[in-house]
Design a protein around this ligand. Structure first.
Ligand code: ADP
Ligand code: MG
Length: 245
C-alpha cells in the first residue's frame, strides 16, 4: 500500500529526516511514537505533499509520489496523494461552515460529487462517528472531541485508501481523547489502512499491527507492539516510554 525508502528532509542547515524507510500493508494500522522534535510530523507532511522531501522514494499502491528525491508533476501528485487523507492535531475545520458543509464542500468541489450524494454520504459518516445530531451546527458549538470526530468524518468523505493521523488527541482531555480513540478503533476494526502518530501508548499497544519508534531524525526501531514495547532493543525507547507515563 505504501513504501517509503530513504526519505531525507532538511530545513536549511537542519536535517530533520535522515534516511527514513518503512512500508505499510493494506489494512494495517501503524503507530508512530517518539519524542517531540523527532521528525514525525515532517514525515507525514512529506508523504502527503504538504512538505517537499529532499531525497528518497515514496510509493503509494506502487505508484511513485517521489522517486530519487524528485516529486512527480503536480497533477500526478494531486492524484496520487488524494489516496491519503490526513487528520491534524488542531482539527482544521472551516469555522464559517456547518458540520454538514464541512463534510460536503470538498467532495462536491474537488471530486465532482452531486450535492445529493454528498449529503447522503455525509449523514452516513456522521452516524459512524456518533454525531448525527450535530449536522447543522457550527464548529464553535462542538467540544474538541466532537470537532476531531467531524474531522475524521470529513477525511473519510474523500474515500481515502489510507488515513494519516498526526497526534489527533494531543489537545484533548482524557474523556474526549477516549471518544476519539473509540472512533479510530472502529476504523482499525474495519481494516482501514492507518498511520497514527500518537502519545497514546494504550491505543498503540491495543490497536496497532506495527509500531515505528522515531528519534533523532530516523526510525530507530520498528516491529510488532510486543517487539517494540516489551522487548525494545534501543534504550531510547524505554526512556521515551517512561518519560510520558
Ligand atoms: P515531531 O512531529 O516529531 O515533533 P517535527 O517533524 O514537527 O517533529 O519537527 C522536527 C524538527 O524539524 C524540529 O526540530 C522542528 O523544529 C523542525 N521543523 C519542523 N517544521 C519546520 C519548518 N517548517 N521550518 C523549520 N524547521 C522545522
Ligand atoms: Mg509533530
Amino acid at each position: 500500500m505504501l513504501e517509503v525508502r530513504n526519505l531525507k528532509k532538511s530545513f536549511g542547515d537542519v536535517q530533520v529526516l535522515d534516511g527514513v524507510s518503512f512500508s505499510v500493508e493494506r489494512g494495517e494500522a501503524v503507530a508512530v511514537i517518539g519524542p517531540s522534535g523527532g521528525g514525525k510530523s515532517t514525515m507525514l507532511r512529506c508523504m502527503i505533499g504538504l512538505e517537499r522531501a529532499d531525497g528518497g522514494d515514496i510509493l503509494i499502491e506502487g505508484e511513485p509520489l517521489m522517486e530519487n528525491g524528485v516529486y512527480v508533476p503536480d497533477r500526478r501528485m494531486r492524484k496520487v496523494s488524494a489516496k491519503m487523507g490526513m487528520v491534524f492535531q488542531a482539527f482544521n475545520l472551516f469555522p464559517h461552515m456547518t458540520v454538514l458543509d464541512n463534510l460536503t464542500a470538498a467532495p462536491i468541489a474537488v471530486r465532482g460529487m452531486t450535492k445529493k450524494d454528498a449529503l447522503e454520504q455525509a449523514r452516513e459518516r456522521l452516524h459512524e462517528v456518533g454525531l448525527s445530531e450535530k449536522a447543522g451546527v457550527y464548529p464553535r458549538a462542538l467540544s474538541g472531541g466532537q470537532k476531531q470526530r467531524v474531522a475524521i468524518a470529513r477525511a473519510l468523505m474523500m474515500q481515502p485508501d489510507m488515513l494519516l493521523f498526526d497526534e489527533p488527541t494531543s489537545s484533548l482531555d482524557p474523556q474526549l481523547t477516549a471518544e476519539v480513540l473509540a472512533v479510530m478503533k472502529k476504523l482499525v476494526a474495519k481494516r482501514m489502512t492507518m498511520i497514527v502518530v500518537t502519545h497514546e501508548m494504550g491505543f498503540a499497544r491495543e490497536a496497532a499491527d506495527k509500531v515505528l519508534f522515531m528519534c533523532d531524525r530516523e526510525i530507530v526501531e520498528q516491529g510488532t507492539t510486543s517487539e517494540v514495547f516489551d522487548h525494545p532493543k534501543d534504550p531510547r525507547i524505554r526512556d521515551f516510554i517512561s518519560s510520558i507515563l
